[in-house]
Design a protein around this ligand. Structure first.
Ligand code: NOJ
Length: 749
């Protein structure tokens, strides 16, 4: 057996490198880091250049398609030892079959790593990441990532291409759905929580998977929100806005990084030594491996950065890429580049070392099949606890955007007309990038949620999401006429967000708005429930309907969760992590913009000559941090422990929050700070802390935040991360849209 050959070879070499003492079975245990390095030395010493290159290559199986070019020859490469990892191959039986080829049919029998896009659940699907971020519940996000890892690893997977930690301020970009929103501070905390959730604290635990921080870097700043487009931003913006979530992932020990498709200030991320070497390795000490995004080495030729594929491969490897996804460039050209002296063999060794190290840490050299267990797979997948967590995650992700006259929660005695293309939908409800989530059968639609709780309702679809005609309007109008209240479940199709799904129009697609306007004529109160993967332009809907429930794509148990919220069995608590514009012309719009020299409200400014539009106000429709509840909260004025703060003396801010309504509820208490002036201009406000609290009706709680000088640092003109003495303003509130209430001074000592 080849595997035995490998171990014999390893053993012989180990005598030289690690001595007899370690040559018992324990030597294969991935416990001791030094020992692992020695084993890698032993392995590297017996590997040919071709075998080394093989470890830097990943191909997709043909089981799933997540990119433009499929190379159907992957099994041949596998048999030839030309692949170190594979993606889009799932299931214990299938992964076992492929692993067997790697272990038994290649000379050294080095096991494969199996990767997959497990973005928001594997089979049990949680809300899309942007939706889940609206819960601001870090424990919840860690838990859902843990469940996703458990299900994925039960199906033979070792590695997820998640979390996506790209900050984005552009709702035209379809991939905004996959991230945590527009704020760097919150995005960094979420990045950490998700990495922890996927990886746990022991990579050899077979219920965890390697995480991958992607897409490095600044992919979310694509010009005009068009996917894969150019990114041209200042180094200050890069450092301050886009990089911190990646750094947070490194701090959480993320195992891998994925380069992004975009160029950054003229240099494609995949060939970007500044990003991959100077920052990632030298500054942050990242010790995992870097995989490219799908064919992004090849794309450097089209970017106009590489002369040909070999040149692209040289640029990528020399910049610090360790694994080539799908492009075959390392496989086909790296040997020549090394022979020609364009790439040092030591650089290749470094890449291979980083890949092998994780294979040891996963425990694959002990048991390459440890993740392939058909019996366990059946017990774990769609476990009832997972479905219950999915329901909870979906409820906590829902953001109540409008609730005039407290039309919600619905009273059980009301006759409801349930209308809309997504009301009886099991397909779109789980959203884009939904791994192995079933698009029929398992997911619970809103209609099924109503049925499960015996609600009194009549259903009519009314129209399609896109296209179609007005033929079905008639039935919907009849159902609405016979009701007390209309619930319309509408939104985007799952294909309208995610990769390659940029939109230039942020309105509800198709005839949906027209159907709303027809129903409006009947005069019954309207509750609009939305599924969407981005902030939409809801100006018309906001003027027309009585309540808006933002449910994102809520996942497998979504219908139950929406029912719980509509009928008040769960009091909504989600807050937006992305700004909703009034129209697409305001984009990019985000809460922490700069003031300009002529802000809209500048004192004494002639109203025309200020920074504004002539056809729409500057403010968004719904701001970052905003979300309603069925109860109400009042905030006392914050009390500061001191008016001055110094580098070694933090201050505390205490605020008392009271539930003034008649229901128990949860509130996300947010602290924002403004630096009045600096050696580079500062944003009008920045989220610096938050706390999610639960308050019974009538109950009060005092929330305390610590502000330290560290919180006030930013990148100055010399790209130094420093704070500057001066005056700061703050407020504590349930949304970013609030006046400043207090100030303090940072003094220099
Ligand atoms: C391309 C996407 O950009 C990336 O996020 C994904 O992980 C890979 N394809 C693999 O499917």
């Amino acid at each position: 057996m080849k595997k035995i050959h490998f171990y014999i070879a390893l053993t012989i070499l180990s005598i030289t490198f690690i001595g007899w003492n370690n040559l018992n079975v324990d030597t294969l245990e991935p416990k001791n880091d030094d020992l692992i390095e020695k084993k890698i030395d032993s392995l590297l010493a017996i590997m040919t250049i071709e075998e080394k290159i093989g470890q830097t290559v990943i191909y997709s199986s043909v089981e799933d398609v997540t990119g433009p070019i499929l190379d159907k020859n992957y099994t041949t490469y596998l048999k030839n030892g030309q692949m170190g990892a594979i993606f889009n191959a799932t299931g214990s039986a299938f992964t076992r079959k492929l692993q067997k080829i790697a272990v038994e049919e290649t000379r050294l029998g080095i096991p494969l790593i199996f990767g997959y896009d497990v973005i928001h659940g594997y089979k049990t699907i949680f809300p899309i990441p942007m939706g889940e971020a609206s819960s601001w519940d870090l424990e919840l996000m860690e838990k859902t990532a843990r469940i996703a890892a458990k299900e994925a690893s039960a199906e033979g997977l070792h590695w997820t291409f998640a979390p996506m930690v790209d900050i984005s301020r552009d709702p035209r970009w379809g991939r905004i759905a996959e991230g945590a929103g527009e704020d760097t501070y919150l995005g960094s905390l979420i990045a950490k929580a998700r990495v922890k959730g996927f990886q746990g604290d022991d990579l050899s635990n077979k219920h965890t998977v390697l995480a991958c921080a992607k897409h490095y870097a600044a992919y979310g700043a694509a010009q005009a929100g068009r996917d894969y487009h150019t990114v041209d931003i200042s180094l200050n913006t890069l450092r301050e806005t886009y990089l911190p979530p990646f750094k947070a992932a490194v701090d959480a020990d993320v195992a891998t990084f994925m380069t992004s498709f975009n160029e950054l200030n003229g240099v494609p991320a995949t060939g970007n030594e500044f990003l991959l070497k100077d920052i990632l390795r030298d500054e942050w000490n990242f010790s995992g491996f870097v995989v490219t995004d799908y064919t992004s080495i090849n794309e450097m030729v089209l970017h106009g950065y590489a002369e040909n594929l070999q040149h692209a491969g040289e640029l990528a490897m020399n910049a610090g890429v360790d694994m080539d996804m799908q492009g075959g460039v390392f496989k086909n050209h790296l040997k020549t580049a090394i022979d020609e002296g364009k790439v040092e063999i030591s650089r290749l060794d470094e890449a291979v070392r980083d890949v092998l190290r994780l294979k040891f840490k996963l425990g694959l050299f002990d048991d390459p099949y440890k993740y392939c267990n058909e019996a366990e797979e059946a017990n774990i997948i769609l476990h009832k606890d997972h479905l219950e967590t999915a329901r909870d995650a979906a409820r906590k992700s829902i953001v109540l955007l409008k609730n005039d006259n407290n039309i919600l929660p619905l009273n059980n005695s009301k006759k409801v007309a349930l209308i809309g293309p997504l009301a009886d939908d099991q397909f779109h409800i789980i959203g884009n990038w939904a791994a192995k989530g079933d698009r029929d059968g398992t997911a619970v639609s809103v209609k099924e949620g109503f049925e499960a709780q015996n609600k009194s309702f009549k259903f009519a679809k009314g129209c399609e999401i896109e296209g179609g005609d007005t033929k079905s309007f008639k039935e919907a109008i009849a159902v609405a006429k016979a009701s007390d209240v209309v619930v319309m479940v509408m939104g985007e199709s799952e294909r309208m967000s995610g990769e390659a799904a940029s939109r230039s129009n942020l309105k509800l697609p198709g005839l949906q708005q027209q159907l709303i306007s027809e129903i409006k004529k009947i005069g019954k109160p309207i509750v609009l429930v939305l599924y969407n993967g981005r902030p939409l332009n809801l100006s018309y809907e906001n003027e027309t309907v009585d309540a808006i429930v933002e449910a994102w794509f809520p996942g497998t148990s979504g219908g139950h969760a929406v029912t719980d919220v509509l009928y008040g069995d769960y009091n909504p608590s989600g807050k937006l992590t992305v700004t909703f514009p009034r129209n697409v012309g305001q984009v990019p719009i985000y809460y922490n913009m700069k003031n300009t020299g002529r802000p809209e409200d500048a004192e004494g400014a002639h109203s025309r000559y200020v920074s504004k539009y002539i056809d729409v106000e500057n403010s968004p429709l719904f701001p970052f941090g905003y979300g309603l509840s069925y109860t109400s909260f009042s905030y006392g004025k914050p009390v500061l422990s001191n008016q001055t703060l110094s580098n070694n003396q933090p201050i505390t801010v205490k605020t008392t929050i009271t539930n003034t309504g008649d229901r128990n509820g949860e509130e996300i208490v947010q602290l924002y700070i403004k630096d009045r002036f600096g050696s580079v201009t500062r944003p009008t406000k920045e989220l610096k802390n938050f706390k999610k609290i639960t308050l019974k009706k009538g109950e009060s709680q005092t929330v305390e935040f610590i502000i330290s000088a560290e919180n006030l640092k930013f990148y100055n003109n010399n790209l130094e991360f420093k704070n500057e003495p001066g005056d700061y303003d703050l407020f504590v509130a349930g949304s970013s849209n609030h006046e400043f209430t207090n100030s303090f001074t940072l003094i220099n000592n």
